[in-house]
Design a binder for this molecule. Structure first.
Ligand SMILES: *[C@@H]1O[C@H](CO)[C@@H](O)[C@H](O)[C@H]1NC(C)=O
Ligand SMILES: *[C@@H]1O[C@H](CO)[C@@H](O)[C@H](O)[C@H]1NC(C)=O
Ligand SMILES: *[C@@H]1O[C@H](CO)[C@@H](O)[C@H](O)[C@H]1NC(C)=O
Length: 233
């Protein structure tokens, strides 16, 4: 057959961008994939793929791309099909609303940053009244997710005390013995990252999380500040 005399390499790149979520307010971003190959020291060709995407700081997690590769050969013509599936995380603006003004952070829980400032004990009671509890941070990921809530409440940025929020730990029973509101050691939560210089101890027996750094610190229990409540998934 005349058509198949020559060997052709046909590369068809089918890029399917699937944002796997409720798209709502999601906006399309430009994605650029560059594949570069080079020889390593033993002469093998190594290809590196770089994924550029325009998510900026609004994304709550990394992007994942899976590429399926199919090669078909027909009478000397080789066709390479690449099918790429891109899974983008939800942007900050599309947190799902939960009960009582709580917002869902997928995979972590429902959270609410109360800006109706209270003492630690009052905050503890207020969270319970909503069927929740004062936040207990269990991972770096969870600590980082708090930024969404601080950012969503810019009005509480004025003044230092408002850059802190009560969370669910204290050393009220024994100085230096930090316990969660469930009487478990702070160490058992998996997240014990103190703000430089903290804990200060003394009469500062209640736990807070510090805006931006998401680090823990202690404060006087009667400090009237915002507080984080958490509803388990
Ligand atoms: C070069 O790449 C080949 C294939 O991936 C690998 O087996 C080899 O160890 C690499 N050599 C060096 C020096 O990295
Ligand atoms: C092989 O590739 C050539 C050039 O793209 C095309 O014209 C021809 O139809 C192909 N042949 C087959 C059998 O697919
Ligand atoms: C935690 O321990 C204290 C002191 O032993 C006790 O008074 C309190 O009721 C306990 N709280 C919980 C939630 O178990």
């Amino acid at each position: 057959m005349a058509l198949c005399k020559m060997l052709y390499y046909l590369i068809a790149l089918c890029l399917g961008v699937n944002a796997k979520m409720d798209c709502g307010s999601y906006t399309t971003k430009t994605v650029k994939i560059s594949i570069t190959s080079r020889r390593n020291l033993t002469g093998h060709w190594i290809a590196q793929v770089q994924l550029e995407h325009g998510g900026g700081d609004k994304e709550t997690g990394p992007w994942d791309m899976d590429i399926e590769h199919t090669t078909t050969m027909c009478q000397g013509n080789v066709t390479v099909d690449l099918k790429a599936t891109l899974i983008a995380p939800p942007a900050k603006s599309i947190l799902t609303a939960g009960p009582e003004g709580y917002d869902l952070v997928p995979g972590l829980g429902y959270y609410k940053l109360h800006t109706d400032v209270k003492t630690w004990d009052e905050a503890h009671v207020a969270c319970e009244a909503e069927g929740a509890h004062l936040l207990i941070i269990n991972s770096d990921e969870e600590a980082k997710a708090l930024e969404i809530f601080w950012d969503a409440n810019p009005k509480i940025l004025n003044g230092d005390p408002n850059n802190w929020a009560h969370v669910g730990f204290h050393d009220k029973y024994k100085k230096g013995q930090y316990l969660t509101i469930f009487n478990q050691s702070l160490v058992s939560t998996g997240y014990v990252k103190w703000y430089p210089g903290d804990p200060q101890g003394g009469q500062q027996n209640c736990g807070i999380v510090v805006r931006k750094s998401n680090l823990l610190a202690d404060i006087y229990c009667n400090s009237v500040i915002p507080f984080f409540c958490e509803l388990e998934l």
